[in-house]
Design a binder for this molecule. Structure first.
Ligand code: PLP
Length: 365
């Protein structure tokens, strides 16, 4: 299996696995006062220290959650109280669903917000909460967070950043760039599934889930110690973005040579992500063909109840019918040069088969 779906979930880092396994053996609950509880608490606080060091934030500003979905929901709940909310048109559903009545910030054909539009939208919404992702999960397009934060500041608005795809891959300090908060996901950085974090400084404690007062009252519930310990190690692991981008670009050149259209071609993008639309060829046809050849990618479109729906990200970027013809190739942290010919061979085979198949079976009509 050639795994090219790292934006869905990165393969587990060996160091993160070791940390998670060690934490699995801790018998206690971090809230218990006896020795076993204190040992578990130490693992939790060591993880907080380590993550704070990697993300260049204060450990006390970290709230552990179950993932980026919960971290985004918590940020929007806490920071959005009494404020108008604006979200980027290409935000992940985790953000869109947490702010269903939010206004949208449109994007350019390259998937970037227009600073003048953000400025104009905020002029009517003083003191708003703005949600923007550091990097898009489908296209890899990276917003200019520092520029957006400056515009927000000028209007007394707060900026929340969904950094689920960026943390561990691009070395940024989002609080330093001017964000009020940011969300990360453990499994998107090579940690185990089931942990994430919200990083924020807030005078008030406004939990979404109440309960035992864990996480300084920010998040009730016994923390998932093994997943958290693994995440804290994973986020600080080395990431060779330059090498990965080189292989990604070779794959992109091959797809473009076949007539593909690259999403976000003119934008700064994550080093590992390639989103390409093949005119007329349905995304599910490509995905299944590649899967049969042992290559795992995903559709640049949401798959629900067996139907491929056009991606809201590509639709917002003006892809029209092409939005149903895009696949996302996302290279993992442990990518190798051998993945390039494996992908191009399999993709060529999909294209060859499509050329021989009656159009109504494989193509959009
Ligand atoms: N935000 C982005 C940009 C994502 O890509 C994802 C996962 O696909 C999430 C949030 C949700 O992350 P999690 O799986 O940790 O809840």
């Amino acid at each position: 299996m050639i795994y090219l779906d790292a934006n869905a979930s990165e393969p587990l880092r060996p160091a993160a696995r070791a940390a998670a396994l060690a934490a699995l053996d801790a018998a206690g609950n971090p809230s218990s006062v006896h020795q076993a509880g204190r040992a578990a608490r130490r693992i939790l606080e060591d993880a907080r220290e380590r993550l704070g060091h990697s993300l260049k934030v204060r450990p006390q500003d970290i709230v552990f959650t179950s993932g980026a979905t919960e971290a985004n929901a918590l940020a929007i709940h806490a920071l959005g109280q009494g404020r108008p909310i604006l979200v980027g048109a290409t935000e992940h559903d985790a953000v869109r669903a947490a702010a269903p009545r939010a206004g949208q910030i449109p994007v350019t054909p390259d998937g970037l917000i227009d600073p003048d539009r953000l400025d104009a939208l905020l002029a009517d919404r003083q003191g708003a909460l703005v949600c923007l992702m550091a990097a898009n999960n489908e296209t890899g397009v990276r917003h200019d967070i520092a520029a957006a934060a400056a515009i927000c500041r000028a209007h007394g608005a707060l900026l929340h950043v969904d950094a689920a795809q960026a943390a561990g891959r691009v070395p940024e300090d989002w609080l330093d760039l001017g964000a009020a908060s940011f969300a990360i996901s453990g499994h998107k950085a090579g940690g185990p599934l089931g942990a994430g974090a919200l990083i924020l400084r807030s005078a008030e404690t406004l939990p979404l889930i109440r309960g035992g007062g864990q996480e300084r009252g920010w998040r009730g519930g016994t923390p998932a110690l093994p997943a958290i310990a693994g995440m804290a190690v994973a986020v600080g692991q080395p990431y060779d973005g330059e090498k990965i981008a080189g292989w990604r670009d070779e794959m992109a050149a091959f797809c473009l040579g076949l007539g593909g259209v690259l999403a976000g071609a003119g934008a700064d993008r994550l080093p590992n992500t390639l989103c390409v639309a093949m005119p007329g060829l349905r995304a599910d046809t490509q995905l299944i063909g590649l899967d049969l050849a042992g290559v795992a990618v995903s559709a640049g479109a949401a798959c629900s109840s067996g139907k491929i729906a056009a991606s809201h990200v590509l639709t917002a970027m003006g892809f029209g019918a092409l939005a149903s013809c895009a696949i996302r190739v996302s290279l993992p942290w442990n990518a190798s040069a051998a993945m390039v010919p494996a992908f191009t061979r399999a993709y060529q085979a999909v294209m060859d088969r499509a050329a021989k198949t009656p159009k109504h079976e494989m193509f959009l009509t």
